[in-house]
Design a protein around this ligand. Structure first.
Ligand code: NAP
Ligand code: G4F
Length: 366
């Protein structure tokens, strides 16, 4: 079996690539051109996957990739996925996150209509929620250009299924996180800064709305569901969620508590981080996925937070020891040390961003 993953360099892309390789798939990953390749998350896999160049904003590249790869399954995970950026770059977000979906579907329709297609839809589509918890039937009310673009991507997937008979499915993912989450998302922003504070590298954490509530799960669980969706006899759409919701404040409590600190001593509110329109509450009902796919998330909220804090602690400590070694080597080589340069270098190395994190194994459920 051949699978094409768009967004393979992202959080979910790296997890699904691992999963598909473990199942014996030939894995192809779409990457866009950049001056520096960002392959950190898939570094351990690069020898076993084939990277193909293309961009969701460019129809001809997608046509040519689908034509040459001839995939059996396509996982469309690429997107401009950070909600705040979607207010600053609404047109780009609409182009990539919304129209990008139709471009991939068109390429499939023209060059490989028998391929199965999975669209990464989002709980952001529920926005100002019309009912609690949210199911596949809950009406959408998106609150950001990102959410609006995802609604387009979702309905065009349904439309290509109904218009052309494509095996096109949608996974309506509630927030899913991991040690590989981008540093800009609230969970990783918190766990990374908790680790830096614990190691004495930072003193405070600037935050936005602490009252927002999210249904947070583990990304590894969610990609398992995505694969299972494409193994069903009929194409369909599924909510993927844990059914538990927690506030950002609760996330802070558990994360700081994991290193023996109290969040109130470190967190300050920065009004610049409050969004123009907020999604206040998300909680998914994944009964359909449980009954039809036999899917259940295995990692619970507390385990997820602790797993992420632990991974960030290890990454920050490792970066610190690399830094300490570099200074020792430098001082051995030259008696004259340039204080200003070292201070600048400290900031870069200590940011921890240069060090990819390794996932600790999730603890089994008790
Ligand atoms: P992510 O880490 O932000 O990854 C996004 C991926 O999209 C990256 O590989 C990025 O490539 C790629 N990309 C961006 N613009 C592109 C373009 N123009 N052409 C080709 N590739 C492009 O996102 P994620 O958390 O893994 O999420 C995966 C998908 O699920 C996204 O569609 C997201 O919107 C959706 N989703 C995520 C969640 C969640 O909680 N994680 C929940 C619901 C839905 P670069 O590395 O080159 O930037
Ligand atoms: O982690 P977030 O940025 O994720 P958000 O906006 O829920 O979006 C994520 O989940 C969606 C699924 O529902 C995906 F479709 C999307 O691609 C992305 O993966 O913010 C979560 C909440 C928000 O309510 C935000 O206002 O945390 C609140 N928050 C409070 N302080 C903050 C911060 N968010 C960020 N990023 N940074 C803060 O300092």
């Amino acid at each position: 079996m051949r699978a094409l993953i768009t967004g393979i360099t992202g959080q979910d892309g790296s997890y699904i690539a691992e999963l598909l390789l473990s199942k014996g798939y030939e894995v192809f990953g779409l990457i866009r051109r950049s001056s520096v390749k960002k392959l950190d998350r898939i570094e351990p896999l690069v020898d076993r996957i084939e990277l193909v160049e293309g961009d969701l904003t460019d129809q001809s590249s997608l046509d040519s990739v689908i034509h040459s790869v001839q995939p059996d399954e396509v996982y469309n995970l690429a997107a401009q996925s950070f909600v705040p950026v979607s207010w600053n770059q609404p047109v780009l977000t609409g182009d990539v996150t919304g129209l990008g979906v139709i471009r991939v579907l068109e390429a499939i329709r023209r060059h490989r209509p028998q391929a199965k297609f999975l669209q990464a839809s989002s709980s952001e589509m529920f926005g100002k929620v019309r009912e609690r918890p949210q199911t596949e039937k809950t009406p959408f009310y998106p609150r950001s250009p990102y959410g609006v673009a995802k609604v387009f991507g979702h309905y065009i997937t349904v439309n290509y299924r109904e218009s052309y008979g494509l095996f096109a499915c949608s996974a309506i993912g509630f927030n899913h996180e991991s040690p590989r989450r981008g540093l800009e998302f609230v969970t990783r922003k918190i766990t990374h800064q908790v680790a830096r504070i614990k190691c004495g590298l930072a003193k405070k954490l600037l935050m936005g709305n602490l009252d927002a509530q999210r249904d947070w799960g583990f990304a590894g669980d969610y990609v398992r569901a995505m694969w299972t969706i494409l193994q069903q006899p009929e194409p369909d759409d599924y909510v993927l969620a844990t059914g538990e919701t927690h506030s950002v404040r609760e996330f802070l409590e558990v994360a700081f508590d994991a290193v023996g600190l109290q969040w109130e001593n470190y967190v300050e509110i920065d009004p610049k981080l409050i969004r123009p329109a907020e999604v206040e509450f998300l909680c998914g009902n994944a009964t359909k996925a449980r009954e039809k796919l036999g899917w259940r998330p295995e990692v619970r909220f507390d385990q997820l937070v602790k797993m992420m804090v632990q991974a960030d602690l290890e990454a920050v400590q490792q970066a610190e020891s690399v830094f300490a070694n570099a200074i020792t080597v430098r001082n051995l080589g030259s008696k004259k040390s340039n204080g200003a340069f070292i201070a600048a270098e400290t900031d870069i190395v200590r940011s921890g961003e240069a060090t990819p994190v390794r996932d600790p194994a999730p603890q089994p459920l008790s």
